[in-house]
Design a protein around this ligand. Structure first.
Ligand code: HEC
Length: 172
């Protein structure tokens, strides 16, 4: 080997070594960077984790959402039941005048009008049967159609009782 070849090899190896050191330094620096900057989890992963750690049932006590909702629903149902049709009145005449009169005053569709001739046989069945027929609906031998609660499902049973009572005490 000639002298300048040796010289070249020496310099070339030094350059290689320096480059290798820089490479290792960059790798270490990149490694350090990767660990010092917090990674952002993918939204899908977050979603999956949330699904896995979601509680099996909502807590149903105290003023938590579930019991509060149930309380509101119960209050609404109670209010709806309490208000009833025609303001929940138990005045038989009011109920009759608002609804039953349409058929029972005119006698339309074979509805019995308020006279004893139409009612004595019906009364003989007993008041409870009349109540029941008025609440559940009825088609008797005459073939007329008494709709359940006169067609207003918002009427309570007490209101129907009141209306029937009023009808029975106002027969001519
Ligand atoms: C759409 C017409 C109609 C309305 C509204 C109506 N009824 Fe009637 N109702 C009839 C008819 C028709 C009959 C006779 C059914 C038969 O005997 O075939 C009848 C029969 C009855 C009877 C006798 C049942 C029996 O066992 O003989 C009662 C009690 C009665 N209605 C109460 C009421 C009351 C109370 C209301 C109002 C809340 C009302 N009806 C509203 C058509 C109506």
């Amino acid at each position: 080997m000639r002298n300048y070849d040796l010289e070249f090899l020496k310099r070339f190896s030094i350059v290689i070594v320096i480059l290798a050191v820089i490479t290792v330094g960059l790798i270490i620096f990149a490694y350090f960077l990767q660990h010092s900057i917090p990674t952002e989890p993918s939204p899908k992963a977050v979603q999956r984790v949330e699904q896995r750690i979601a509680p099996l049932g909502a807590v149903y006590a105290g003023s938590t959402g579930a019991s509060a909702q149930a309380a509101v629903a119960a209050a609404a149902a109670a209010a709806a039941a309490a208000s009833g049709a025609y303001g929940g009145t138990l005045d038989g005449k009011t109920i009759y005048d608002n609804l039953c009169t349409a058929c029972h005053t005119t006698g339309v569709g074979k509805a019995p009008t308020l006279d004893h001739g139409h009612w004595d046989a019906r009364i003989a069945q007993g008041k409870d049967t009349l109540y029941k027929h008025a609440i559940e609906g009825y088609t008797g031998p005459d073939g007329g159609i008494m709709p359940p609660k006169g067609g207003n499902a918002g009427l309570s049973e007490e209101q129907i009782h009141a209306a029937v009572d009023w009808m029975l005490s106002n027969l001519k």
